[in-house]
Structure formats: structure tokens, C-alpha cells
Design a protein around this ligand. Structure first.
Ligand code: ADP
Ligand code: MG
Length: 504
């Protein structure tokens, strides 16, 4: 099986500064909330939108003497994600304490994996158009706890803390600085999201904050990145700034664009970029400093004494590997190959696993290209327009397949098929029955079509003369006949008869 399509890398984005050309270098640290009903080290629920502080166990609240117990399911989800990103799974990993004080962090430290992450190096293929893709290397994925939430806008004088999110499992997915432009950065996050949704390891809901990214940006002169790639020497790259906690694809792109231009202006002015953490303000469209490297926390990492090193068995990893679904790259390649569709169509159909499954049910035993057209243009077009997802579709795969069968049998034309689709959408029913009951069956009876053709020719002598000079005008007659027969005449038969009668 083809793992992914052959591709060429896109050109890096170039920004023309006042004095020279600049390229971007971008690396992302993505925080993905593990899809799990319980937290990483406690049995408390992870349900979103619950009454504040109702999903908090004694462990999450850091009551004295409470001990964390690792949630095996969260570990399996991290392994599953690693396998989905073709990454190395570390059979031994360990948890460390990252110490800092914050009101929404009752333990006074976050349990994370600094020294020995559960997942090592992997890769993501980021599609940037037909035949064009960037390979972005993954450095590591580690498991860690999320913090709670401080609420400052409920009372003018008081702040509140909601610990529902405290202790929820996160996967931090760290990329190498392989991304070369704002669009690529957004596409990378989109691809990670897609893969994790296929895997069922993160729902990817960015509005709820279940997928967010810290974006590292630096600028360099053309050629410098290639030197870095050859040597692995970071000194070829510019100093980076990190933009924290981005949870919108659009803002990620805007923030990178702004940040690159800010850095270019500094460097071209003879200054130096200072390594720091910045925040993006979407209202102003700019990034501003949050803290510099000098003020950076000393987290005093050390191995968490409450948790033994995490040892997993290869057999367990293999079991998880054998349960992985077909992933987007493989599915896309298969769709292109076996249905003969374009990469673009394959992208649309494989965006979500549910969409792909629906399409395959429609295409089974039928013309794949035609099925793709109908699913994309009629069904998805309509679903998008009405803001529905595929599982809310009023037309089922079996119903749509039934419509395609009627076209294939010559019972209805493509035009009537759209009317049948409309009836299915609004009223439901069985396609064949609808065609029968409403008398939509295509007229293939040549005598009836011939009569209609004769009538149109007789009524339009001027057009007949013109068509004899210019055979392209025959199409006009075909259109008139189809109109006269309410779209029920078989278009192929009409075409043939019109040509014959006009002597073309
Ligand atoms: P640290 O050890 O300070 O955490 P890392 O080398 O682990 O730094 O990098 C953290 C993130 O920053 C990674 O996603 C990486 O790809 C990215 N990164 C590193 N160097 C650069 C650079 N020069 N420009 C842009 N991003 C970078
Ligand atoms: Mg690092």
C-alpha cells in the first residue's frame, strides 16, 4: 500500500524587507487534550462545561497525602498518537515535576515529561496543494497535566478559580523548526488535528481550547536554513520568539506574519531580536512581549517521586498499532488510485473519516468519479450551506446511491437526478419510488422525442438555417427539446436526433 503520495516541497515564503529578502523558520509546540473520560492521574471527569469545581478529585485539588495514579487509557492514547505520526515509541518514559506557583495550579507544580518523553521522533506530511507537501519532523510528544482556569471578569474585586480542567491529560507535540511560512504552520496544525481525529485521540476542538499551539518564529537570510539542515547547527538560524497559546488557525497565520515583519524591522535597523515569549492580540493584530528570557522561570524540574518510571511492553504497543485505522495520507493515496479522482477531491473526501466512509458507501459497486462528484458538489455543498455535519445529513448513503443507480440505468437524467435529490433532502423516501410516482422517468421512446424535435425545428426556421452554417448551434435545439419535455428526454437520444434532422 502506498504510504503517501510522492511530492515536492513548497518554496519557503520570502518577505521583502527594506534592505534584503528574508525567509521564515517556524517550530510549533502543540498542546492537544487527550480524548479520555477521566483525567491523567485521577478518576475525575473531563466533561466540558460542567458546574465549576464539580469535576475535581482530592488528587486534582492536591489535598495532603493524595497520590497520583496513572490512567492507562491516556497512555494508550499518547502511544496511538505517536504511532499515527510514524514516531518512535519509548518503552520507558518518566514524569517530572515542573515547579511554579499559580492560583489555578494547586499542586504548585505540573507533572510533565521533560527528560524521558513517551514518544520520540516522528513526522507529519503537510499538504500544500496537489503534488506539493512539506515533511515536518516531530521531535517528541510528552504527556502532561493541564492547569485550571482563573476567572477575572465575573466580579470587579474578586478573581475565581475553576479546577475542572486541572489534571486533564495533554499531549505536547513538539515539531522541529521545519515549517517555512504562515500557511504551512496553519496547514501543519490542521493535519495534526485531522490525524488525531482519525485516531480518536483528540477531538481537535480549538474553540474549547482542546488544541492550542505555541508558535516559535525566527527570520533568516535565504540559504541559511539549508546550512542549518546540512549541519544541524542552530547558529545558522535567527533568534526565535515564542507566541503563546494560539487557538485559531487564522490568528496563527496573522501572528506569524506580524512577528516576522517585526523581527525584520529590528534587524534591518541594526538591532537584535531578543528571545522572549510574546502574546498575540487579535484585536490589534500585533504581538507583544509577555516575558523575556531573563525573566523566564526556573522550573526546578526533578523526577516526580510519587510516580515510578512508566514502562510499557512492545506487545502492547503492537496491539495498539494493529488497531489503527487507515490514516489520511494512505486513504487519500488510495482514493486517487482506485477511484481515479483528483488529489483535490481526495482531500475533500478524506478531511474527516466519517465523510470518507460515507463516500465509500455511495461509491461501492458504482462509478467512483461520479459518486465523488455527487458527494462533494451536491451533498457536501448542501450540508455546508445549512451548517450540517455528515451524520446529520437528511440524505443517506443508500439513498444517494439509489439516485446514482437510476442515472446509470438511464431511468433519469443528471438534471432530474438533482430534482430527486432535492425531494430526498426535504421529504425523504425511496429514489426509485419517487421517480415512478412523480412520473420523472426519462423518455427514451424515440418516437416521442422525435415528435418533440420536429416541433422545435418546425417552429424555428431561422435557427435551422443558422445551425446548418454553424453546427455548434445544434446545442440550442437540444436545450429547447429538453425544456419541452420537462427535462425527461434522454439527452443522448435528443443529441443524436437533432443532428440527424438538421443534417449535420
Ligand atoms: P528549548 O529547548 O528552549 O525548549 P527547543 O529547541 O526544544 O527549545 O525548541 C522549542 C521549539 O522551538 C521547537 O518547536 C522548535 O522547533 C522551535 N525552534 C527552535 N529553534 C527555532 C528557530 N530558530 N526558529 C523557529 N523555531 C525554533
Ligand atoms: Mg524544548
Amino acid at each position: 500500500m502506498l504510504d503517501h503520495l510522492a511530492f515536492t516541497p513548497p518554496k519557503p515564503k520570502v518577505i521583502h524587507g527594506a534592505k534584503s529578502d528574508w525567509e521564515l523558520v517556524i517550530g510549533l509546540e502543540v498542546h492537544a487534550q487527550v480524548a479520555s473520560n477521566a483525567k491523567l492521574f485521577s478518576g475525575a471527569s473531563t466533561t466540558f462545561g460542567a458546574e465549576p469545581n464539580s469535576n475535581v478529585s482530592f488528587v486534582d485539588a492536591a489535598m495532603p497525602g493524595m497520590l497520583p495514579v496513572i490512567n492507562e487509557y491516556c497512555v494508550a492514547q499518547a502511544v496511538r498518537t505517536g504511532l499515527g505520526l510514524r514516531a518512535k515509541i519509548n518503552l520507558v518514559s518518566a514524569f517530572d515535576r515542573k515547579n511554579y506557583f499559580y492560583p489555578d495550579l494547586p499542586q504548585g507544580y505540573q507533572i510533565s515529561q521533560l527528560y524521558h518523553p513517551i514518544v520520540g521522533e516522528g513526522e507529519v506530511i503537510v499538504d500544500m496543494g496537489p503534488g506539493i507537501a512539506r515533511r515536518v519532523r516531530i521531535e517528541r510528544i510528552h504527556l502532561e497535566q493541564d492547569a485550571g482556569k482563573s476567572i477575572h471578569d465575573m466580579d470587579p474585586a474578586l478573581s475565581f478559580v475553576d479546577l475542572n480542567r486541572t489534571g486533564v491529560a495533554l499531549m505536547e507535540i513538539v515539531s522541529r523548526p521545519d515549517i517555512r511560512g504562515p500557511e504551512e504552520a496553519a496547514a501543519y496544525v490542521g493535519k495534526l488535528r485531522q490525524i488525531m481525529r482519525y485516531l480518536g485521540t483528540c477531538d481537535g476542538n480549538m474553540q474549547m481550547g482542546n488544541l492550542r499551539a505555541d508558535v516559535n518564529v525566527s527570520i533568516c537570510q535565504p540559504g541559511a536554513f539549508e546550512k542549518f539542515q546540512e549541519t544541524g547547527d542552530h547558529s545558522h538560524l535567527g533568534t526565535r520568539c515564542e507566541i503563546k497559546n494560539m487557538n485559531s488557525m487564522r490568528f496563527i497565520q496573522q501572528a506569524i506574519e506580524y512577528e516576522a515583519r517585526r523581527q525584520i524591522a529590528i534587524v534591518e535597523d541594526g538591532g537584535k531580536v531578543v528571545q522572549e515569549t510574546r502574546l498575540y492580540d487579535p484585536d490589534k493584530g500585533e504581538t507583544r512581549s509577555m516575558r523575556s528570557k531573563e525573566e523566564a522561570h526556573d522550573y526546578r524540574y526533578f523526577p516526580d517521586p510519587d510516580l515510578l518510571p512508566l514502562e510499557i511492553e512492545q506487545a502492547w504497543v503492537d496491539e495498539i498499532a494493529s488497531s489503527l485505522p487507515e490514516l489520511p495520507d494512505a486513504k487519500k493515496a488510495r482514493f486517487v488510485q482506485s477511484y481515479g479522482m483528483t488529489e483535490y477531491d481526495a482531500d475533500v473526501l478524506t478531511a474527516e473519516a466519517e465523510n470518507a466512509a460515507f463516500f465509500e458507501e455511495v461509491a461501492k459497486g458504482r462509478d467512483g468519479k461520479q459518486a465523488a462528484n455527487w458527494v462533494i458538489n451536491e451533498l457536501f455543498g448542501r450540508l455546508n450551506k445549512e451548517g450540517h455535519t455528515i451524520d446529520e445529513s437528511p440524505v443517506s448513503a443508500a439513498q444517494l446511491g439509489g439516485v446514482l443507480d437510476l442515472i446509470a440505468k438511464g431511468d433519469i437524467s443528471g438534471k432530474i437526478a438533482k430534482d430527486v435529490f432535492e425531494i430526498l433532502w426535504t421529504e425523504g423516501g425511496d429514489p426509485a419510488e419517487i421517480v415512478e410516482k412523480r412520473g420523472l422517468r426519462q423518455v427514451t421512446d424515440t418516437a416521442a422525442i422525435e415528435a418533440a424535435v420536429d416541433a422545435v425545428i418546425a417552429a424555428n426556421p431561422e435557427q435551422v438555417e443558422k445551425a446548418k452554417q454553424n453546427p455548434k448551434l445544434a446545442g440550442w435545439f437540444v436545450g429547447q427539446v429538453l425544456k419541452a419535455t420537462g427535462g425527461k428526454a434522454n439527452p443522448a437520444a435528443v443529441n443524436a436526433l437533432v443532428a440527424q434532422k438538421l443534417g449535420l
